[in-house]
Design a protein around this ligand. Sequence first.
Ligand SMILES: Cc1cc2nc3c(=O)[nH]c(=O)nc-3n(C[C@H](O)[C@H](O)[C@H](O)COP(=O)(O)O)c2cc1C
Length: 169
Amino acid sequence: MQKTATAAEAAQRKMPDPVAIAIARDAQGKYNPITLTWFMQASLDPPMMAIAIGKARHSLAAIRASGAFVLSFPSAAMGPDASFFGMTSGRDTDKLSRQGTPTQPAAKIDGVLLTGAVANYECRLTGEMEAGDHVILLGEVVAAHVNEHAALGRLFALGENRMGGVLPA
Ligand SMILES: Cc1cc2nc3c(=O)[nH]c(=O)nc-3n(C[C@H](O)[C@H](O)[C@H](O)COP(=O)(O)O)c2cc1C
């Protein structure tokens, strides 16, 4: 039997949610990471990714201004980074430097990849749609990268601000 709940209560039941980190160059020239759980693959051919970004986020202005973003899938060990990127705004903080997160240059866009992630997509912004208090940004994947270590676990949000890793079977 189902019982009536709020949408927020129902959302807690769908955990664990895979975590992603989007990185974009901001107006100050620094690469700013934001932790996300609202993202999806939106097209196979061409490959496209969609992310939902809150209207008040520093990242929204950064992605719109640069016209590109990296979508990175953090490994199980990257919980502290994802936590910090998801609790702190890049408006006044250089989050990547503060955490000492290893990065490497993107190949096709002005961006950086997260070296420890299981995979990184380089995306060019192709469109956006307002969705209540968020904006859905659509990016075409112009390059993809995977970690040379295939057996790294993925990072998941467990609900109530907790995150944990899940290792591949
Ligand atoms: C597990 C987790 C998931 C999150 N998912 C999203 C999301 O999908 N969209 C979003 O706009 N913010 C999300 N946030 C909140 C942002 O990461 C957070 O507000 C961040 O500090 C914004 O950084 P910015 O101001 O530098 O863009 C999430 C935070 C956490 C911890």
